[in-house]
Structures are given as structure tokens and as C-alpha cells.
Design a protein around this ligand. Structure first.
Ligand code: PDD
Length: 287
């Protein structure tokens, strides 16, 4: 069965899907994206993902290329055509095609591309054994709350992690505090059992998984604090983990070669992962 991509109003076989060389996404990274998890054929947390997409677009003054309702229908149709049960939907919107010039074009039409990717979330060893991460200076711009396709610092940091045999890189600000991973939000569990993740600001992406985990923690009566934490605090923490649409709740058991929580996924991390899995599977109400 061919895999389809959606490109500006057409469903095309993935291998033939293309955009113009003067698309501003290609030339300036002038665009935004979303990654929406799919479980059991259903988009998970679609509303907050599309809310964030609309917010990112508004911040960059790019118009929605089609209505939100149409976007939802296209994503259903793409799931159907690709027979996708578990994986993700990738949505990318750029300012469109125009002769290269830094200032906005007067008449470009925003370009919309959607693809899907199959992924199995069950039984991955990272959930059972946890992962190693490294730390790197955060080299990104000051508007990390916008989910732009300009991901070069993230790519460089993730490559450094890969070369170090690690799963993710935690980015660190000038004060020595962790901002977030390259494609995930970062969390610790303190010695007294409190969940900590950095507060929302322009310094981090406002993760949808982060939001859901905080809602689940509230429901389950898990105490949490939204504040910065240092690499030293993370190394001394009882547990650590990262969250994202594609990594769910992934235990972190090593930071820069130092063991966290005895080198094993912690009990609260494992509980949060189990609760989140239930949520994704529709076994628990939207928090
Ligand atoms: N990344 N922080 C950054 C920098 C991210 O790129 C992501 C997600 C997150 C987690 O956000 P969410 O929980 O909404 O997925 C935090 C996606 C998965 C990606 O770039 O592939």
C-alpha cells in the first residue's frame, strides 16, 4: 500500500510529494510545525496541539492555510489512507513560495504539508531501562515557545548526544539551569518526592505532553513545582525523565555519565508513564 502525504490540497504518494525550491521554509526556516501522537488510529491531544499550531502561526504572522476543521479532516483522511494505528502526524506550515527576500512577501500563500509515521510505543527498551542524556549550552533564539522549523541548534545538540551514545541532550541556559531537551521537556523528582519541571515562558516549548502530565499529577495528588533546576540538582535527584509526543515519559538514568536514581527508572516515573499510556489508550479521561 503506498504511503500518502498531503501537500497543499493534494494527497500524493510519499515519494512524489515535493514543494518548490523557493518555499520560505526551505530558504529561511520561515514556518512552524506540530507532531501529534496517534494511538489506536486516533490523534492524541489534538486540540492542544492545534491550539499551539495556531498560536505559533499567529506569533509569526502566518495565516492558517485552511480552516481548523479542514485541517482535522485532512489528518483523519491521511490516517485512513495510510492505515495508521500507532505513530504520529507531522504538520508543517510555511509562509509559502516567493522570490528570495528576507522581508515577508506581499502575496505568498501559506504552504501546508502533512505526513504520517508509523511507530510502535509498546515494549521499547528505553521505557524499561531508561536512557542516558548529555548536557549542552542552549544556543537557541529567545522565542523557544514558538514551534518553528528552525531547529539547527536542536539538531547539533541531538547529534552531539548521538555521538556520545546518549538518547537526548538537555540544553542549559547561562545561569546553569536546564531549559529542556532538544525535542522534549525535562523533569526531575526531588529527594522529597516532588515533581519539578521548568515553568512556562519564552525559554521553552510549551509541551503538550508536559501539560497532560501535570494534569495527571494533579488528579493523582502528586505534588509538583514549576521552576528552573540546575544540572547538579538533576544529578542529585531521585528520578529524572523527559516527555514529548514521541517519547511519552522516558526515564533518564544517566546525565553526562553520572548515574541518576541508582541508574534505574524511578517509581514515580514508571507510574507517570503507566498513567500516560492509559490516557493515550483512552483508558482514562482527558485530564
Ligand atoms: N518535539 N521541547 C522541544 C524543543 C520539542 O521539540 C518538543 C517536541 C517538546 C515536547 O513537546 P510535546 O510534548 O508537545 O511533544 C519540548 C517534537 C516531538 C519533535 O520535534 O519531533
Amino acid at each position: 500500500m503506498p504511503r500518502y502525504a498531503y501537500v497543499n490540497g493534494r494527497y500524493l504518494p510519499h515519494g512524489q510529494a515535493a514543494v518548490h525550491i523557493e518555499d520560505r521554509g526551505y530558504q529561511f526556516a520561515d514556518g512552524v510545525y506540530e507532531v501529534v501522537p496517534v494511538a489506536g488510529g486516533r490523534a492524541v491531544d489534538e486540540i492542544p496541539h492545534l491550539d499551539r499550531l495556531e498560536r505559533s502561526l499567529a506569533e509569526l504572522r502566518i495565516a492558517m492555510p485552511i480552516s481548523r476543521r479542514a485541517l482535522e479532516l485532512v489528518s483523519r483522511e491521511l490516517l485512513r489512507r495510510n492505515d495508521l494505528r500507532d505513530g504520529l502526524i507531522y504538520i508543517q506550515i510555511t509562509r509559502g513560495v516567493a522570490p528570495r527576500n528576507h522581508a515577508f512577501p506581499a502575496h505568498a500563500r501559506p504552504a501546508l504539508v502533512m505526513t504520517t509515521k508509523r511507530m510502535g510505543f509498546a515494549g521499547q527498551s528505553k521505557f524499561k531501562d531508561g536512557v542516558a542524556v548529555i548536557t549542552v549550552p542552549d544556543l537557541r533564539w529567545a522565542r523557544r515557545d514558538i514551534k518553528t522549523i528552525n531547529l539547527l541548534p536542536n539538531c547539533l545538540a541531538k547529534q552531539a548526544a548521538a555521538e556520545a551514545g546518549a538518547y537526548e541532550a538537555l540544553q542549559v541556559d547561562d545561569e546553569g539551569n536546564v531549559t529542556e531537551g532538544t525535542s522534549s521537556n525535562a523533569w526531575i523528582v526531588t529527594r522529597d518526592g516532588k515533581l519539578v519541571t521548568r515553568h512556562l515562558s519564552n525559554d521553552i516549548l510549551h509541551g503538550v505532553t508536559r501539560r497532560t502530565i501535570l494534569a495527571i499529577a494533579t488528579e493523582e495528588g502528586v505534588a509538583f513545582e514549576e521552576r528552573p533546576f540546575t544540572v547538579e540538582e538533576a544529578l542529585g535527584a531521585r528520578e529524572a525523565f523527559v516527555t514529548s509526543a514521541t517519547s511519552f515519559v522516558t526515564p533518564v538514568v544517566e546525565i553526562d555519565g553520572g548515574r541518576v536514581g541508582g541508574g534505574k527508572p524511578g517509581p514515580l516515573t514508571r507510574r507517570l508513564l503507566a498513567w500516560y499510556r492509559d490516557y493515550v489508550a483512552g483508558l482514562r479521561d482527558s485530564a
